[in-house]
Structure formats: structure tokens, C-alpha cells
Design a protein around this ligand. Structure first.
Ligand code: NAP
Length: 241
């Protein structure tokens, strides 16, 4: 089937994406920052299905770590078929309080790391079969949300990177974005906050991480003529005023 590289693959959305790609037949290259233990458990689960799995750790807020990760993955995996940039920071900070450090870290993890990882992995992608890059963005990258200026700016830029690379890397490499609404609430969200969000979703409920994973597998396997697109997985939330 081929080989897929997933960042932030130890927990929640990233682990669901990696598991779904593994079940679909891909060998896996898993990246984590802190979640080595769940990633090792996932690797064992997928090895039991006969997949080859390697796990790397890197702090993607550090440019040198991004470069080192990219160089290792490229050297050890000369052909890559799917690259999923899932790792991401999410934090609420009022605009007036966002420090330079918070801004740089947010943009570093959510934008700069995917940008330069794809750049260094291009030779491996070019050796892949119908290769695909997926950015996990957010419907908040196209609509403002109070308290998330640095986060939404990072996702808006990632959406433009999707289109820029789709054009520049065509026809061999496809580049698409999967844009979740609420598929897994942050653990620190209270009941009132959750209810307020659910009230704005036409489906009346949150999605789940498998909804994102299935969309990534669809793009990898069933969408050879789809590139430069942003697919919302949000129960209709972004469709309404
Ligand atoms: N959950 C949702 O409903 C939702 C909605 C819209 C968009 N998204 C997007 O979907 C993606 C995954 O969301 P999630 O909720 O599953 O994420 P999460 O639970 O907040 O976990 C964050 C992920 O990013 C990784 N990460 C954070 N800082 C990092 C750093 N400095 N270096 C390397 N990796 C780092 C973490 O790795 P470790 O755990 O290994 O440290 C973890 O895999 C994100 O891009 C997010 O913006 C999620």
C-alpha cells in the first residue's frame, strides 16, 4: 500500500488518523512530542496487523528539531505516499495578552513545521505513489473566534499553504486540508462552554476523531484528482451564518 507519516500521532486526532491509515494497509512513520507511551502502544497494535512502524519524537516549536526530524525521516524513508501534518497547538489568549513567545511558538508548531517538513520530505514524496500531503486545519482558519487570534491566523496561513503547494507541486503531489469543527473537546472545556458550541452545530452534536481519520483515508485512496481543497468535517457548522 505504501508508507504514511503522521505528526502528533500519539493522541486524539493524530492517533485516530494513524490507526485508520494503518488499518487501510499503510506502513506508518509516527511523530510525537511528549506522547511516546501511547504512540508505542499504537505502534504495537499496528505491527500486530503486519505493518512496519517507526516512532520519532521532536519538539516542533524548535526549528533545529524540525530540520533534524525531517532529515531522519527522509533518510530512513526514501519513499512516502502520505504525509499528515496533524500536530498543533491550541490555546485561548486574549489578543492584548499574546506575547511574542506565544505567537512564535503557535506559528512555529502550526505553520512553520509543516512548511519546512514538507520541503525537506519532497524527495521522498516524489518517490511515492500518488503522494498526498494533508494539513489538519480548523474551520476557525476561515472564520474568526474571539480569544484565538494567533491560533486562527496560523490555521488561515496553513489553508493558504494548502493551495500554494497544491499548485506548485502538481501534478505529482496532491495537497489538501481537512478542517475539523469540534471533533474532540479540549479536556478543560466546561459544560456551559460545550453546550454553547453544540448549539451552533446543525447536527446538534460534536463529531469524533474517526470522522477526521476517515476523510484522510478517503483523500489518500479515493481522490486522485482532488488537490488544493479544504474539506470541513464539522456537522454543518461552517455552512451557516
Ligand atoms: N480536537 C478538535 O476538535 C479539533 C478541532 C479543529 C482542529 N483540530 C486540529 O486537529 C489537530 C489535532 O487536534 P487534537 O485535538 O487531537 O490535538 P491535542 O489533543 O491538542 O494534541 C496536540 C497534538 O499536537 C502535538 N504537539 C503539540 N505541541 C507540539 C510541539 N511543540 N511539538 C510537536 N508536537 C506538538 C501533540 O503531541 P504530543 O501529545 O506528543 O506532545 C499532540 O499530538 C490539531 O492541528 C488541531 O488544531 C482539532
Amino acid at each position: 500500500m505504501g508508507t504514511a507519516f503522521v505528526t502528533g500521532a500519539g493522541v486524539r486526532v493524530g492517533s485516530a488518523v494513524a490507526r485508520a491509515l494503518g488499518r487501510a494497509g499503510y506502513d506508518l512513520v509516527l511523530h510525537v512530542n511528549r506522547s511516546m507511551e501511547p504512540a508505542e502502544a499504537l505502534a504495537e497494535e499496528l505491527r500486530a496487523l503486519g505493518r512496519r512502524v517507526t516512532v520519532y519524537s521532536a519538539d516542533l516549536s524548535q526549528p533545529a528539531a524540525v530540520d533534524e526530524l525531517g532529515a531522519r525521516v527522509r533518510a530512513e524513508h526514501p519513499a512516502l505516499d502520505v504525509v499528515v501534518h496533524n500536530a498543533g497547538l491550541y490555546e485561548r489568549v486574549a489578543f492584548g495578552s499574546i506575547s511574542r513567545e506565544q505567537y512564535r511558538t503557535m506559528l512555529g508548531v502550526n505553520l512553520e513545521a509543516p512548511f519546512f517538513l514538507t520541503q525537506v520530505l519532497l524527495p521522498s514524496l516524489r518517490q511515492g505513489t500518488r503522494p498526498l500531503v494533508v494539513h489538519i486545519t480548523d474551520i476557525g482558519g476561515e472564520r474568526a473566534e474571539r480569544g484565538y487570534a494567533h491560533y486562527t491566523v496560523s490555521k488561515a496561513a496553513l489553508i493558504m499553504l494548502t493551495r500554494a503547494l497544491a499548485v506548485e507541486l502538481a501534478p505529482h503531489v496532491r495537497v489538501n486540508a481537512v478542517s475539523p469543527g469540534t471533533v474532540a473537546f479540549p479536556e478543560n472545556f466546561g459544560a456551559a462552554e460545550r453546550e454553547a458550541i453544540l448549539a451552533r452545530i446543525p447536527f446538534g452534536r460534536e463529531g469524533n476523531v474517526e470522522d477526521v481519520a476517515r476523510t484522510v483515508v478517503f483523500l489518500a485512496r479515493e481522490a486522485p484528482y482532488v488537490t488544493g481543497q479544504v474539506i470541513a468535517v464539522d456537522g454543518g457548522r461552517s455552512a451557516q451564518l
